[in-house]
Structure formats: structure tokens, C-alpha cells
Design a protein around this ligand. Structure first.
Ligand code: SAH
Ligand code: SF4
Ligand code: F3S
Length: 491
């Protein structure tokens, strides 16, 4: 079996179904605490961000994190349920850890995140493969639950909250390059896309206090970070007002305004012009022109929008309960191109072989991709999830080979488009934020341009976290390559 520990990669680098196989492992923090925690995180950026909150809570309670599971007293797997394969990966990993536990019975194994929420105490009672099961809204209870396990009991808390945003918890940056960081701005999801398990595993949507978000961004900037990504399942429905948050109203009775996502973006952008701001995920039904104009107004808000379409056919979109049509989506792409220009990066998610999708409808996805000219996409074949609307209402009737063949066509189309889009960048100068040395060679540095494209260039000693101008001279479908130039003199 592939050793996942050797496969620590950045989610954005994977453009296929393998994205869900991405795993991040906690790094070492050694502050002399008594016990050691090892966390592996699967799934989306929200989960990676949550693991940083978990580490913070555990750190307050006597745990340093370790990157070696062999020296850990407690092992947490922060899990994902989005597709069946994501859960299978976690199960395989759990059985590896259980083999180790036979030799070290005192080692505690906990399942956190979406799979914990979906399966609840089943993992403890029926499957007997873990000591502790904790859902995404119950991490404050972790110290108590760990104590319970210490006392020889099994522990579970999968309570879903309508309020919890962990706003006051200062995350321990786990996989940090010291340059880019994730900030969670909301939790849960109130949409009911029929294929999706997230509303069941993450609960109702709630927005975090904007002032705590700005403070977190300021703290990161003061520590030398240069880029923050604001995270939510549907950032465009971010909405915060003292009226919906009574506690905050009491504390700040002079504040009466409603803060929407455009307002929040602006507040974070004002932290410093040197701090880049990204965000994910935008929902096509909710993204407003106000947001697009705010991106245009601030140079440090990146020109890149992740706008998952899922399907290019209106009938399939209706079955998916996405609440927009192909025409609506096209209108939003037109608005992006009109307001932000052709260079604005756009990426997407696509699902092939959804219930009853015909060959013609699948082709509509390919033509929509051509229209939108995505820079890259995450592409999946449909995986039926228990408890979702689609599982209850529709038959999962497209054979696996057809789902996979359609997926390979979508991937091939995306590769073609990515190359086409990257070729447009050749010969142009890009402002790149340096993230560190290239994964492939110490001789080269890597960073991203505003459109979220990876740019690789010769290491000329510039420190990570600095901005530099790179003339792109070559590309492939995944990466841009170039050389550092002084914009005024080197052209
Ligand atoms: N909130 C984001 C998506 C989060 S899940 C949005 O609305 O766009 C990430 C991606 O996983 C989805 O965009 C979708 O493409 C994919 N996905 C979700 N459920 C799936 C399923 N049952 N089978 C296959 N892919 C799925
Ligand atoms: Fe799932 Fe839809 Fe919510 Fe995204 S918007 S998390 S796809 S239910
Ligand atoms: Fe997976 Fe949960 Fe994220 S199901 S994609 S980890 S919200």
C-alpha cells in the first residue's frame, strides 16, 4: 500500500480525483509539554484549518504536536466523507494504526471531522477501531474526552452547534511555510446540493465575528505571513450582524451594520497592501458584482475565483439542487471577465456521471468548460453518499466505467485549457509571492502569481515571503517557469 506519510502534498497541486487523497501531517512543536499528539488531516482546507484549532486546544492542555506517529501518545485522524474513496483511505489508515496499537495498547486513537460526524458512535461500538470520536463542532470538549479515555472509558461527542466558530481560538500553524495561512470565516453549509454530505457533517451555516477575523489576519501579518485564504463552503453568503449574534451585540452595542462578504474582504484587504487575500469557495448562485468590484479595487485581493460549476447542463444542475442554470453560470463568468478582465484566474469542480446524466448532458459540461476557460479544476466521478438527497431520490444509474470515461474526458479537456491559459502568461511579467524552494530542486524557488498559478524560477537568494517580478519564459499545463527581472530595467 502507498505510504501516505510519504505523500504530503499541497491540495492545489492535484487536479484529479486524487485531490481527496491529500493528507497533511502535523509538524513538530516542542515546547516541553508532557504528551505528544500526532494529527493527520484529510479532505478540504476547512479540515486542515480545523486541525490547527485542535492543536491549539490540545496545546493548552499539555500536548505538543509531533510529525512522528511512532512517538505519539495520541493519534488523531481528521477525516473526510465527501466521497466513498475518502472514507476508504481513512479506514485503511486506521487499520494500520490498530496494528501498531496491539504492541502499544496505551496509544490513543481518535477520529475527528466529517467521518466522525457521519458515523458517530458506530466507529466505537460496532467497528471497535477507535477510542475517541469527535465531530467538527465539539473540539472544545477534546480535553475532557481525552481524560475520559485516560480513565478507561470510550469517548464520543458529535454535537453540532448553531453558534460555534472557534473565533477566540488562536490556531497553531501546523503545515506552515510561514508565508501563507488559512483563516476560517464561517462554518457549516445551508445549501442542500443533492450529492453532498457536508450539510450533514458540518451542520448549519454560521459566520464568524469579522473583528476576530481581521485580528487573526493582523496577527499573521505581524508574524511575517504575507497571504491569507478566507475559508468557507460558500463565502458569498457570509453575513454577520450584531442582531444575529447577541453576545457580540452586548459587547459592541455601538455596532449596527450588517457585514457581507464584500465588506469583509475589504476589511481584511486593509490590514496591509503587503498582505495578499484569497478566498474559497465562491458559489455561482451567490457571488455578487459587489464582490467582484471589491476585488478590482484592492491590488492585494487576488484575481482568482474558485467557482465550482459541477455540471454544464441545466437539467443536471436542477437534479443536483445547485439552484442556478447553465445560463446563470455563464452570466457570472461574463461578469468576472468584464469586471476583472481575461487574466483573472477561474477554477472549478466538476462531477461526472451524476444520476441519469446522458451523453449529451455530459458534453454540455465540456462545452461549458470551453466557455469558462478554467485555469484548473478538481474533477470527480459521482460517488453516492448515504443520507444525501440524491441517495434518497435518484438512482445511481450510470455505470462506473462510464463515469470514469466521462471523467477522463473532462480531465483531458481541462489539461488542454490549462495549457492554453498558461501559454497566455508566457512573455509576461508576473508579481510572485515566494513561498520557498521548489519541491523538485533546491536550486529553484517557487511561488504564486495573483491568479494562483505556481511559478518556478532560479534561486537567486531572495527570501521566502518576499514579492518579486518574474518574466515567464516557459510553461506546461500545471506550472509556469521564468526568471526574476527588475521590471523597469530588464525588459
Ligand atoms: N462548498 C463547495 C464544495 C465542497 S465539496 C461548493 O459548493 O462548491 C468539494 C467538491 O467535492 C464539490 O465541489 C464537488 O465537486 C465534489 N463532491 C461533493 N460531493 C460529491 C460526491 N458525492 N461525489 C463526487 N464528488 C463530490
Ligand atoms: Fe456541499 Fe453544496 Fe454546501 Fe458546497 S454548497 S458544501 S457542494 S451542499
Ligand atoms: Fe470532506 Fe468534510 Fe471537507 S466531507 S471536503 S472534510 S467539509
Amino acid at each position: 500500500m502507498k505510504n501516505l506519510i510519504d505523500d504530503i502534498s499541497i491540495l492545489d497541486d492535484s487536479q484529479t480525483e486524487e485531490a481527496c487523497e491529500t493528507v497533511k501531517v502535523s509538524k513538530k512543536t516542542n515546547t516541553g509539554k508532557e504528551r505528544k499528539l500526532y494529527i493527520e488531516s484529510y479532505g478540504c482546507q476547512m479540515n486542515f484549518s480545523d486541525s490547527e484549532i485542535v492543536s491549539s486546544i490540545m496545546s493548552e492542555n499539555g500536548f505538543d504536536t509531533t510529525s512522528e506517529f511512532k512517538e505519539a501518545d495520541v493519534i488523531f485522524l481528521n477525516t473526510c466523507s465527501i466521497r466513498e474513496k475518502a472514507e476508504q483511505t481513512v479506514r485503511a489508515r486506521l487499520s494500520q494504526f490498530n496494528t501498531i496499537k496491539k504492541e502499544r495498547p496505551e496509544m490513543m486513537i481518535g477520529v475527528l471531522g466529517c467521518m466522525a460526524e457521519r458515523l458517530k458512535s458506530k466507529l466505537l461500538d460496532e467497528e471497535k477501531i477507535v477510542d475517541l470520536v469527535v465531530g467538527p463542532d465539539a473540539y472544545r470538549d477534546l480535553p475532557n474526552l481525552v481524560e475520559k479515555v485516560d480513565d478507561g472509558q470510550k469517548a464520543v461527542n458529535t454535537f453540532l452547534s448553531r453558534e460555534e466558530t472557534y473565533a477566540d481560538i488562536s490556531p497553531v500553524r501546523l503545515n506552515s511555510n510561514g508565508v501563507t495561512a488559512l483563516i476560517s470565516i464561517m462554518r457549516g453549509c445551508d445549501n442542500m446540493c443533492s450529492f453532498c454530505v457536508v450539510p450533514f457533517t458540518r451542520g448549519r451555516e454560521r459566520s464568524r465575528d469579522p473583528y476576530s477575523i481581521v485580528k487573526e489576519a493582523e496577527d499573521l501579518f505581524n508574524k511575517g505571513f504575507k497571504e491569507v485564504t478566507l475559508l468557507g463552503q460558500n463565502v458569498d453568503s457570509y453575513k454577520w450582524s450584531p442582531e444575529v449574534n447577541n453576545k457580540a451585540k452586548l459587547e459592541r452595542s455601538n455596532i449596527s451594520e450588517i457585514i457581507n462578504f464584500a465588506n469583509l474582504l475589504e476589511m481584511v484587504a486593509k490590514v496591509s497592501p503587503e498582505l495578499r487575500v484569497r478566498f474559497s469557495t465562491s458559489h455561482p448562485k451567490d457571488i455578487t458584482d459587489e464582490v467582484l468590484y471589491t476585488i478590482k479595487k484592492y491590488e492585494n485581493i487576488c484575481n482568482y475565483i474558485h467557482l465550482p460549476v459541477q455540471s454544464g447542463n441545466s437539467r443536471v444542475l436542477e437534479l443536483m439542487n445547485r439552484t442556478y442554470t447553465r445560463e446563470w453560470y455563464i452570466n457570472r463568468v461574463d461578469a468576472i471577465r468584464e469586471i476583472l478582465g481575461d487574466d483573472c484566474g477561474i477554477s472549478s469542480d466538476m462531477i461526472t456521471g451524476f444520476c441519469s446524466e446522458t451523453e449529451e448532458e455530459h458534453k454540455d459540461t465540456l462545452t461549458l468548460m470551453d466557455y469558462a476557460k478554467y485555469d484548473f479544476s478538481y474533477m470527480f466521478f459521482y460517488s453516492e453518499r448515504p443520507g444525501t438527497l440524491a441517495e434518497k431520490k435518484y438512482e445511481d444509474d450510470i455505470p462506473l466505467e462510464i463515469k470514469k470515461r466521462r471523467l477522463s474526458e473532462v480531465i483531458a479537456k481541462q489539461k488542454e485549457l490549462s495549457l492554453e491559459r498558461n501559454l497566455r502568461d508566457v512573455g509576461k511579467i508576473h508579481k510572485v509571492l515566494i513561498e520557498g524552494t521548489s519541491k523538485r530542486s533546491q536550486e529553484q524557488l517557487q511561488g504564486r502569481n495573483t491568479a494562483n498559478k505556481v511559478v518556478i524560477f532560479d534561486n537567486n537568494g531572495l527570501p521566502k515571503g518576499s514579492y518579486t517580478n518574474v518574466l515567464v519564459t516557459e510553461c506546461n499545463s500545471a506550472t509556469l517557469f521564468g526568471k526574476v527581472v527588475d521590471q523597469e530595467n530588464d525588459l
